[in-house]
Design a protein around this ligand. Structure first.
Ligand code: PLP
Length: 371
């Protein structure tokens, strides 16, 4: 006979999901109300305002999509692109490859700008790609590559897109609330994220923001968006600015309470303080890892503080170490992804999980597993 599920608690120090704070879990368990209840509508407005704070934007179309980060990525592409369009896609890890998939599934052409996994996107290569493909209408890149732990220069890349008259699509799934993300100051056009990384919320929601230029492009599309669920013109009827909200889909009501609480926590701490904490804890973790004789996979200048990629030493059994951490210490770290499978571990210090206690727990566990 089946019984209720009670997982053994883990310390989540992988590439996400990250530890969810008790405050957010508490919000999740509050009574479910209708997704068109006036109380819920008021909460939606507050969530939008808090997301604008986190994204550092005034964009009116700043909302949470009721589905995970992949839905944010897909919304960006299906709403901006039409068949026949050309997009410059930067790839320096797994997620740039997914962007290419999205572009091609929209019937558009992806011009790939490739950089080594673990290196940032090279702005000069992007400029060159625009010179060779002046018809390109969008530039897409991953700001914080979760698969490698590398950070690209998002401000410069958005400026290059503008220089060539294109819109930018920025993947900020791992970036939001962990490193600086200035949507308006950088002139980014569509930026999406996920709740399960530095927001330390439950997985399954994708915050997204569209600039006025992106909204204009969507309003002047030659044809319908291929996805009904992700069509922003329809989603706006529910999440839009006026008080007459129409049913589009049933929002994950309790997950929205959780998102609201996690955004409140970010605002209470303050973005600058959150970035500083992520940086401080990253520095301490790296020092500890190096003291254990381990080396980092990404050059110091481009390391993400919230996602630390570590080289697995020769002769070490990747799976055995991660298994020992999970089984003996209830601690999850991430395996390498794609081309880095078996070569790196990915240690997350995201949001609520970015704290000195977790660093100590991880270094102690790794030290004993490697002995
Ligand atoms: N983009 C990046 C950079 C990610 O790290 C992830 C997930 O790890 C995604 C997109 C997809 O997000 P999700 O797994 O929530 O669908």
């Amino acid at each position: 006979m089946s019984s209720s599920f009670f997982p053994t608690p883990r310390t989540l120090m992988g590439p996400g999901p990250s530890d969810v704070s008790p405050r957010v879990l508490g919000a999740l368990s509050r009574p479910t109300i209708g997704h068109l209840d006036p109380q819920f509508i008021a909460l939606m407005d507050d969530v939008k305002g808090l997301l604008q704070y986190a994204f550092q934007t005034e964009n009116a179309l700043t909302i949470p999509i009721s589905a995970p980060g992949s839905a944010g990525m897909e919304s960006a592409f299906v709403n901006l692109l039409s068949p026949g369009d050309t997009v410059i896609v930067c790839q320096n890890g797994v997620f740039g490859g997914r962007m290419r998939e999205n572009v091609e599934r929209c019937g558009a052409t992806a011009v790939m700008v490739e950089d080594a996994w673990g290196a940032p996107v090279d702005p000069e290569k992007v400029r060159e790609a625009f010179r060779k493909n002046p018809q390109a209408s969008v530039l897409a890149f991953v700001y914080a590559e979760t698969s490698t732990g590398a950070r690209s220069d998002a401000g410069t890349l958005c400026a290059i897109a503008k220089e060539f008259g294109a819109l930018s699509i920025v993947d900020a799934v791992t970036a939001l609330a962990g490193i600086d993300l200035q949507v308006d100051a950088w002139g980014a056009d569509v930026v999406y994220s996920g709740t399960q990384k530095c927001l330390s919320c439950v997985p399954g929601i994708s915050p997204i923001t569209f600039s006025p230029a992106a909204v204009e492009r969507i309003q002047n599309r030659p044809g319908k968006v291929q996805s009904w669920f992700l069509d922003m013109q329809l989603v706006m009827g529910y999440w839009g600015g006026d008080s007459k909200r129409a049913y589009h889909h049933t929002a994950p009501v309790n997950a929205m309470y959780a998102l609201h609480e996690s955004l409140l926590i970010v605002k209470e701490e303050g973005l600058e303080q959150s970035f500083a904490r992520h940086h401080r804890n990253h520095t301490a973790l790296v020092a500890g890892l190096e003291a254990l004789g381990l080396s980092m996979a990404v050059a110091a200048d481009y390391r993400l503080p919230q996602l630390n990629a570590v080289n697995i030493p020769d002769g070490i059994d990747d799976g055995a170490i991660r298994g020992a951490l999970l089984n003996d210490h209830n601690l999850e770290i991430g395996a390498g992804l794609g081309a880095l499978a078996g070569k790196t571990w990915r240690i997350g210090l995201m949001g609520h999980a970015s704290n000195p206690g977790n660093i100590k727990r991880c270094l102690t566990a790794l030290g004993s597993a490697l002995r």
